[in-house]
Every structure is written in C-alpha cells, then in structure tokens.
Design a protein around this ligand. Structure first.
Ligand code: NAP
Length: 350
C-alpha cells in the first residue's frame, strides 16, 4: 500500500493568496489524533490571519480551526477514539503555531480533548460548523477565573454552568442577551446557554429572527429596530429573571452603543465581546473579550457534544454553505467570508 500524501493550502506571507502544495504527513503525539479531513469550515479569524498575519508564528503557515473527517491515526494516551471513526475537531494552530495543527490540509493533528465522535446521522459538511464556535461559546459562558485574552484585555467571567444533557438546570433563574444571534458564535452561544437552562433574548437581522428561535432564543429583536434598546430592556424586566449581561458576537461600534445603553438601563452586568470591548465602560459593567482556545471546554467535548448531537439538543447551526470540493476552494471561501455571510457557515469539502 502506498503511503498517503498530504497536501495543504499554505499561506506563504500575510496578504497573499493561499498556495496549494505538498505538506509533511503529520504523526500523532501524546493525546493527539490525526484526522483525514472530509470538510473544513471558514471562520472570520482566518481572514485576519491571512490578511494581517495575526497569530501566525511560523511561515509558511497552515491555519483554519474546524475539521470533520475520519480518524487516521491515534496517538499515545488516547482512549476515546479509534482509527476510522467519524469525528469533528477544533484545531489549534492559533495557539501552537504548528502548521500540522491547521485545518486547511488533507490530514491535520487534533488534540483528542478538542474532538468528539460525529453521529452517523450527521454529515461531515454539517458537523464541521460546530467545533470552533462550540469552544468559543463555552469560553463566553463558563469561564470563572480572571485572565487575559490579549495583553491588557481581560477575559469575560460569566461563570455560568455547562450545558446539560438531562435537563437539570442550575441556572433556570437567569437571562442573557445575545447580540448577533444569527452569527456562528452567537447562534452557538444561544444553543449552549439554552442547554444550560438560561433564557436567551437575541438580537439579529430581521430575516434571521426565526433562525435564532430555532437555536433556542426565547425572544428575538431586529438590530435595526429604532426601539431596540427599550424593547430588549422590557423583555429582560418582564422575565423577572436574574440578568447576567450581554454576549456580543459582533463587537463593533453600533452593537457596543446598544449594549451599553441596555446595560445602563438594567443596572449593569457582564459584557462579553468577541473583540476588545469598548474602552470606556461604567463601573457596573464587567467587560471582557473571549479567547476561544481554552481547556475549560474539555468536559463539554468529552461529555456533551456527541450525545447532544445525537439527541438533537445540539444542532449543526448555522447551516453550511458548501463553496466547493478541494483545497483550492479555500481561498474562494475566504474571499466570500470577507464579503460577509448571514446565518450560514462557509464550508469546503475535501
Ligand atoms: N475572540 C475570539 O476568540 C473569537 C471567536 C470567534 C469569533 N470571533 C469574532 O467574532 C465575530 C463573529 O464571528 P462569527 O464566526 O460568529 O461571525 P459570522 O457567523 O460570520 O457572522 C455573521 C453574522 O453577523 C451578523 N451581523 C453583522 N453585522 C451585524 C450587526 N451590526 N448587528 C447584528 N448582527 C450583525 C449577521 O447577522 P444578520 O445577517 O442577522 O444581520 C450575520 O448572520 C468575528 O469578528 C470573529 O472574528 C472571535
């Protein structure tokens, strides 16, 4: 049998197009698996990595955070996976800098504690939308200990419980606002918070109200509604629940203005952002930025993901848009991501 040949979509330097070419065949180290990728997903972070070289530690680079495929090799110490099993995984080139940890290749190293079996009923194309957003959602909702996302930028510490499979909800008395509920991150935070028993009030574009509802949001408001702040505040007050704060998946100037107006009327709370938070926030607002690679997600990967996908408690949302089949389509998918998407995740099949 001939040895498999690995190929990758390489980034040679910031601001250039990806180049498809041969790549070393990775081997699985302690606690790692090698995944033969059947589908990879695009995240906005990848666009920043390509354009600006942020987080790139080694050139040329292979980046990308989401894979779905079959286990090709199992490293020492890994008990949860066998060769040939269908999995999804969150790849961590972002922190390791190693090209073999980037998703945009035929074979990728995945840490076993950032992977889960993908039920047979879910295609690789659907399943690949989950991993990075899932870990981002756990980081947004459940961190308790102070830390930094970037130098001088604190992590959010909402300290909410993990999602539950059995419906035992220790946080059934809480309400959270999710700004950007139709985004990949916002829809996953909505799903995970709902699965922890938290009432979610979401803010999306007008065409995505129903989508956000299907993620579990109890009430949804259009971010262009001129009475947005008043309506969201009223919904929180009417719930008579303990107000946690806002998760803002969009984290740009207009959403921040709404977030701060809502928080001011509700007496403050957490403001968990996907980018550095506003520089000026009142004392009663605890603002932070998530960093979506964190071992806090391990229990969720190990104990929740597969069973929740099987039962339908966790859905592969937002639905994928397949850009093409083959590594050469990743550049086109990145270009589409830069142009903006609505309630979908761009996927390339391999
Ligand atoms: N810090 C971290 O660790 C981390 C982790 C993950 C993501 N991020 C960042 O988080 C951001 C979101 O990522 P993503 O993958 O979730 O994005 P995404 O899925 O590509 O976001 C697309 C969505 O953004 C919504 N949107 C755009 N402008 C909006 C506005 N002004 N108000 C409300 N919604 C708006 C659109 O909603 P409608 O179509 O409904 O209008 C669309 O559905 C990106 O900037 C990404 O880089 C950071």
């Amino acid at each position: 049998m001939t040895a498999p040949r690995n190929q990758a979509a390489w980034l040679d330097k910031a601001g250039t197009s990806l180049r498809v070419g041969d790549a070393p065949m990775p081997t699985a180290g302690q606690g790692e698996i090698i995944v033969k990728n059947a589908a990879v997903a695009i995240n906005p972070l990848d666009c920043h990595m390509q354009d600006l070289g942020v987080f790139v530690q080694q050139w040329p680079s292979i980046f990308g955070c989401d894979v779905a495929g079959e286990v090709y090799e199992v490293g020492p110490g890994v008990q949860r996976f066998k060769k040939g099993e269908r999995v999804i995984g969150h790849t961590i080139n972002l922190v390791s800098g190693r090209p073999e940890d980037g998703a945009y290749a035929l074979y990728t190293v995945v840490r076993a504690d950032k992977a889960a079996i993908l039920p047979n009923t879910i295609s690789f194309t659907d399943g690949v939308v989950v991993p990075f957003a899932l870990e981002a959602a756990v980081c947004a909702l459940s961190l308790q200990e102070a830390g930094e996302a970037l130098p001088g930028v604190p992590l959010p510490t909402l300290g909410l419980p993990f999602p539950s499979l059995d419906g035992a909800y220790p946080s059934a008395d809480k309400v959270l606002i999710v700004y950007g509920g139709s985004s990949s991150t916002g829809s996953m935070v909505t799903q995970m918070a709902t699965a922890a028993g938290i009432r979610v009030i979401a803010i999306t574009g007008a065409r995505n109200l129903e989508f956000s509802k299907s993620c579990g949001a109890a009430e949804i408001f259009d971010h262009k509604d001129i009475a947005l702040v008043e309506k969201v505040v009223e919904a929180v007050q009417k719930s008579c629940l303990d107000f946690v704060g806002v998760f803002d998946a969009i984290s740009t100037a207009a959403p921040y203005a709404h977030d701060l107006a809502i928080l001011a009327k509700l007496g403050g709370g957490h403001l968990a952002c996907t980018h550095p938070p506003p520089t000026e926030v009142p004392d009663n607002v605890k603002a932070g930025m998530i960093f979506a690679v964190n071992d806090i997600a391990t229990p969720v990967w190990q104990g929740f993901v597969t069973a929740a996908l099987e039962s339908g408690k966790l859905k592969s949302f937002p639905p994928p848009t397949v850009v093409g089949k083959g590594l050469e389509y990743i550049q086109e998918a990145l270009n589409m991501s830069k142009a903006g998407v609505s309630a979908t995740k761009l996927v390339v099949e391999l």
